[in-house]
Design a protein around this ligand. Structure first.
Ligand SMILES: [Zn+2]
Length: 686
């Protein structure tokens, strides 16, 4: 059952540009928000994304985004044939490539094209946009010149992708949706609509336990295309795809807790699909299924840096468990969809935790190298933790220009992380206001109220500082609500508007609504006080369901285990004991890292002291961080192995010394899941 509400807006609505509406039309459309699409779902989205480019990074975040542009994102095509020749319909000399220009390069190159075009838009970098358009426009032209029934793999006439090729196809679909949203170029929408009006409705299952990617991931570019084009064939096919009996059967298992610990990138991509369909299907089981899957991940596989373990399969909770960089990308993608649908701050909290921690650690400081895997503790290159021999094999834990040179998914996927975070820092609301959804220095340009342009300049060191200043500058006086997210970890936020206190009482979704007539240049000051927080938990066993995949591990890792650990947070940041590096793959000789956390929750801030210094002139995640924590710890004879990263129980003994912790994202070798002393554990055990 579905009930698409078709807005009677006959003017071509170019993304990012409000159609001029007479006042009475605006009133009669009721819910026709400025950023709604010509064809809206039955269940309205809580938050409406702005087109890429509406939010531009500033401050430290701009430095990081420009490093990506000057590093991997801007140059990947110069470094490997997969990215030089992907989607050209020509044979490619690369791992996993097929003679007809399909295979692995389609997936990996699409990741890069999607991330690079988005980065071009958010930085307003015409050279990068031109470079990527030179790759995407031929696909658009190829589709538009081909007969009806073609696909993005237009050079293979009469071909309908399935299996891996259909999945790769979905990734290019996302890139083309971004291209349309960023440019409003009708040719791009024509190509998207032509392909998806005749795309097979049987796109595959969303089996979580297996290692097979699913063509069902075409669902989001399809539904995005439908929201702009309104071709009913697209919506029909999308809803048929999610309603296939085997798909419906799989989705029903999730709320019952019957989820299989599969390949983590595929897991994150797949678990969001029922929720992506939910606004259109109106079936609450779809939303419930996705929520249940996220909860299951939290309980069984979540690592302190905000992304689940995946080596490449789910591997439980542990200090040497690894996360593939692709998983960060797909986690942020899944969370951004949930944010749009539910509008709840928890999705912002999750995205910030993954972005400020996991995403920061995997790129080298100049963004010219990256790693395929990271782990909460990294002590010796290739040994603690050891290389994962199944996939990708040697070099999986080391920084390299191509991530892992033989498996190029991660070096493609990393390019999506920064622009997708920036795009979602502000979203429009259905009452024609704006919501500050993710924090960091930025400038947003959007339309509010009856369509009045406004610029909001956010100046902040966040998450390295607690204060955020927003300067709201409408083109003309205009009444609109501005929603301020209060993170879940912050219990005593304060807000002032032009110096006058404003009650910082969040609504049920975690936002404070500031409704007023904005004129001239108004200033909102937000303070989000942070306090050191010690989170205690247990390292768990590897999932027995993946025993065969992890057969290289000793049997002991599958036996029930509950090894205590503690991690230290400060606001959204995870903190780590840095192990001084010679370079990203080499720690200094004989570093001292053998410590247990010895904090005491009966004392203020667990006895942890915050030390600050000014932000650097250029941001590159240096270990000489602007905020550090001094934490009580006890040295002990700790000899971790790859199979047992943490001691069996709390550490006895006496004495305490102070260790200096820095943001996890500033480290290449580190301890972030610490052993605990008996005192620290007894007073604060979970
Ligand atoms: Zn990958």
């Amino acid at each position: 059952m579905r009930f698409p509400m078709i807005c009677l807006m006959l003017s071509a609505l170019i993304p990012g540009q409000a159609a001029a509406q007479p006042a009475e039309a605006s009133a009669s459309l009721n819910q026709a928000a400025i950023y709604s699409r010509p064809f809206e779902p039955a269940v309205p989205l809580a938050l409406l994304p702005l087109p890429p480019g509406a939010v531009e990074p500033a401050g430290w975040l701009r430095d990081w985004a420009r490093s990506a542009r000057d590093g991997i994102t801007g140059h990947l095509d110069e470094w490997h044939p997969t990215f030089a020749d992907g989607w050209k319909g020509i044979p490619i000399q690369a791992p996993g490539a097929k003679p007809d220009g399909t295979g692995w390069p389609l997936e990996q190159c699409a990741y890069w094209l999607d991330g690079a075009i988005r980065l071009g838009f958010v930085l307003h970098d015409e050279a990068l946009i031109r470079k990527i358009r030179a790759r995407l426009d031929p696909v658009v032209d190829g589709v538009n010149k081909a007969g009806f029934g073609t696909t993005f793999i237009y050079w293979k006439q009469g071909y309908k992708p399935d299996g891996f090729e259909s999945w790769a196809h979905s990734q290019l679909g996302r890139a083309l949706v971004a291209l349309y949203q960023g440019t409003g170029d009708r040719r791009v929408l024509d190509a998207l609509a032509k392909v998806y009006a005749d795309y097979p409705s049987k796109m595959g299952n969303i089996d979580l336990g297996g290692g097979q990617v699913s063509g069902l991931c075409n669902l989001d570019p399809m539904l995005e295309t439908y929201s702009y084009s309104g071709d009913p064939r697209i919506l029909d096919r999308a809803l048929q795809a999610i309603s296939q009996p085997e798909v419906a059967q799989e989705i029903r298992r999730w709320p019952e807790g019957r989820l299989s610990p599969g390949h983590m990138d595929i897991f994150y991509e797949n678990i969001r699909l029922p929720a992506v369909a939910y606004p259109w299907s109106g079936d609450t089981h779809h939303l419930d299924a996705t929520l249940a899957a996220f909860k299951w991940l939290d309980e069984n596989h979540m690592l302190p840096y905000g992304v689940a373990s995946g080596e490449e399969f789910a591997s439980g909770i542990g200090a040497f468990r690894k996360t593939e960089t692709c998983d960060i990308t797909s986690m942020l993608l899944a969370s951004s969809w949930m944010y749009r649908i539910q509008g709840a701050r928890t999705w912002g909290d999750r995205m910030e935790r993954a972005f400020f921690n996991a995403a920061a650690a995997v790129a080298d400081r100049d963004f010219r190298a990256m790693c395929y895997y990271q782990s909460p503790n990294r002590i010796q290159s290739a040994a603690l933790p050891c290389e994962q021999p199944n996939c990708p094999g040697p070099e999986g834990n080391r920084f390299h220009q191509l991530g892992c040179p033989t498996v190029l998914c991660c070096v493609g996927a990393i390019n999506r992380i920064i622009p997708n975070f920036i795009i979602h820092m502000w979203m429009a609301t259905r009452d024609n206001g704006l919501a500050a959804t993710l924090y960091g220095p930025s400038v947003v340009a959007a339309r509010v109220g009856a369509g009045t342009p406004v610029r909001i300049v956010t100046t902040t060191d966040y998450p390295f500082g607690e204060s955020i200043r927003m300067r709201v500058m409408p083109q003309a006086a205009v009444e609109f609500p501005l929603y301020v997210r209060i993170p879940g970890w912050c219990g005593n936020a304060s807000i002032t508007v032009d110096g006058a206190p404003f009650p910082a009482r969040p609504d049920s979704r975690g936002f404070v609504r500031i409704l007023r007539t904005w004129a001239g240049s108004a200033v909102i000051d937000i303070t989000l006080p942070m306090h050191p927080e010690v989170v205690r938990g247990y390292e768990t066993e590897f999932p027995s369901a993946n025993r065969e995949y992890f057969s290289f591990e000793p049997a002991q890792v599958f036996q029930f285990r509950r090894l205590p650990y503690a991690s230290v947070f400060y606001g959204p940041l995870l903190f780590a004991l840095p192990i001084t590096e010679v370079d990203s793959n080499t720690p200094v000789g004989n570093p001292k890292w053998q410590y247990a956390i010895n904090t005491d929750p009966r004392t203020r801030d667990d006895g942890i002291r915050v030390v600050r210094q000014p932000m650097p002139a250029h941001w590159d995640w240096s270990p000489d961080a602007p905020v550090a924590l001094e934490a009580p710890a006890r040295a002990f004879d700790w000899r971790p192995t790859d199979a047992q990263a943490l001691p069996d129980g709390p550490i006895e003994g006496s004495g305490s010394e102070t260790i200096r912790l820095v943001p996890y994202g500033c480290t290449k070798f580190r301890i972030s899941m610490f052993p605990v002393t008996a005192g620290a554990w007894r007073t604060g055990s979970p």
